[in-house]
Design a protein around this ligand. Sequence first.
Ligand code: SF4
Ligand code: SF4
Length: 328
Amino acid sequence: MPLLEKYSKLFQKGDIVLIKPNLLSARKPDQGVTTHPAVVETVLKFLISLGTKPFVGDSPAAGVFQRVISESGIADVCRKLGIPTVELDDPIVVDGQVYKKIKISSKVFEADKVVNLAKLKTHSQMILTLGVKNTFGCIPGLEKSGWHIRCGTNENFASLLVDVHLLVKPVLTILDGVLGMEGNGPANGKLKNFGVLAVCENAFALDHAICERLSVQPQVVFTVKESLRRNLVPVYEIDGNWHSTIELPVTAQTLPVAKPLKRLARSIVRVPRIAKRRCVQCRICEERCPAQAIEVSEYRIDYDKCIRCYVCHEVCPQNAIDLIRRFL
Ligand code: SF4
Ligand code: SF4
């Protein structure tokens, strides 16, 4: 709580405040996928003490909202404190700086303020998922998948994420990096105890600072690269001495490559492959694949259609999608 007190002035008595955790899919708190309920509880108590009216909302990438929030432990916290939980549905159409006609839940705009409760994890497509990426959950349900096709490249998708973040405009971002994830996140990586909670009014600064403190080149993380390109990262100072390391996903291209090998390196990509022994044929990947490239009954992925968004890897509840090397 003392960490939050300096941000009291951001809120006024009676403010309706949307708390936007990371509720990616139905996972338990000790799986490091969703924002920990203890973090949500602390923030809710802080907001209640200021006389605001908070509610908790998100639109999961996979699964039914009520089940996802129950599994995360956040529903219990909300019940205990008498806080409403709301699925971020019912979209309205708004224009971003780069992308037009973005459908964002009207419930985001009904709130006076948004508090962004992100998670420190790797992300097979964006490399890290931190504060800026977390507001993508304000786009309802399957509408999210369509953006992968519309954007086409990782750079364009990062640009959309920055647009969405600027539209949602959280007044505060809190990053839960106590128990996070490294390797092939954001759902099926390896648990890592980073032992950090980071708080900032500006998520662009926060994400940049986290990269620095993890010794990750900011340009490697697509959303950070895009926010630097748009001059959105202000000059900032960091309080605290926390440093750590992180194993990046296999999809990250971080090593400098000698010139003659550059073309070769570019032609080797990571593609998803269904691991038959682990797959339970739930078909979630098939439903969520924006390119309709998956035929689960045949364990088949059409690599001519696949755009390598890794949504299938992200939503698979069985960790049954491997990311294998393939020559283009
Ligand atoms: S690969 Fe995963 S998400 Fe796809 S059908 Fe199998 S278990 Fe379900
Ligand atoms: S198969 Fe997986 S990586 Fe390829 S387009 Fe579909 S969801 Fe994206």
